[in-house]
Design a protein around this ligand. Structure first.
Ligand code: AKB
Length: 311
């Protein structure tokens, strides 16, 4: 990859991906696109991801050879307006695939644990199993995986994807996701505020610390194409926990931390339909996926970084 375009660069993943890719490839080789451009960034451009002609102009102008399409309404937000979620999530992906076809670019787009539905095996959910999601977000993710494979088989567009679990970051906040609680609780704990948890105390979901997520994105994109059998998209995970386990572990480090539960019915329903944990053997075998951050290391780092930032 020589010239990279991040579409949705101002979001939870994009903010950190931009920094890491610029360290690897140089500032001018990573163009950051979002609805609003960043005036302090010389390589930031304004782009509405729904505008295919505008995307095409940017890809042509900067001679882009890899597009990271990170535009999406997340699961809980998507349920508030399913038509809009479909329009944005699928529209941005289709534009990225079509422009990639035109200019011979690679494409990365994240899939999610949300691509699975209630009938998939709950524990160690296999790479290949039934996928009947019950959210519009999940339906978009399954369709996105199929479209990625279709563009690869039919047009040779090198589209790749991973099924991300909940992503936990110390610098950028998620928004509209079902797994957001696992980030939000750290802000409450560090600020000395009581955390109100919208997810049931014993509901397990897979999670990952953002540095591992960035490694997953990069490692998959630079992997040689041929050994990639499950290119759209790979199960990846780093840890699985339920809210009560996470809060108890935080309390060991911040003894004043308090929490209570006020279950959000929509997030309850969504999280109940998702896996407890994924089996990521295929990613490990096909491109060497190997996460570095476990739950305790992630908690220590989150508290350290947020305490320095907020206190
Ligand atoms: C969400 O909660 O919607 C996302 C996801 C797991 O895809 N974080």
């Amino acid at each position: 990859m020589k010239k990279i375009l991040i579409v949705g660069a101002g979001g939870q993943i994009g903010t950190e991906l931009k920094i890491e890719l610029r360290k690897l490839y140089g500032e001018s080789n990573v163009i950051a696109a979002d609805l609003q451009s960043d005036r302090n960034d010389d390589y930031s451009v304004q782009l509405d991801a729904m505008d295919a002609s505008a995307l095409s102009l940017i890809v042509n102008k900067f001679k882009i050879d890899a597009i990271y399409n990170l535009v999406a309404l997340l699961s809980a937000r998507g349920e508030k307006d399913p038509a809009l979620a479909w329009k944005i999530n699928m529209g941005a992906l289709l534009n990225a695939l079509e422009v990639a076809r035109q200019y011979d670019c690679k494409v990365f787009t994240p899939s999610s644990i949300g691509a699975f539905g209630p009938d998939a095996p709950k524990d160690k959910t296999p790479q290949d199993t039934v996928m009947h999601p019950t959210t519009v977000y999940g339906i978009c993710k399954v369709t996105g995986e199929l479209m990625g494979n279709y563009y690869w088989e039919r047009f040779g567009v090198d589209a790749r994807s991973v099924r991300f679990p909940g992503l936990i970051s110390n610098s950028s906040l998620p928004g509209g996701g079902t797994t957001d609680y696992a980030v939000d609780c750290f802000y409450s704990a560090v600020k000395g505020e009581k955390f109100i948890c919208p997810i049931p105390r014993d509901r397990y979901m897979d999670m990952m610390y953002m540095p591992d997520a960035i490694d997953a994105l990069h490692d998959l994109m630079v992997a040689p194409p041929r050994p990639l059998i499950h290119r759209n998209g790979y199960n990846v995970t780093a840890m699985s926990f339920c809210p009560e386990e996470l809060f108890e572990a935080i309390k060991k480090r911040i003894p004043t931390f308090e929490w209570e539960y006020d279950i959000d019915p929509m997030k309850d329903k969504i999280s109940d339909s998702w896996p407890n944990s994924l089996d990521d053997t295929c990613a490990r075998q096909e491109w060497g996926w190997n996460p570095k951050w476990d739950r305790d290391a992630m908690i220590d780092d989150m508290i350290k970084v947020l305490s320095a930032k907020l206190l």
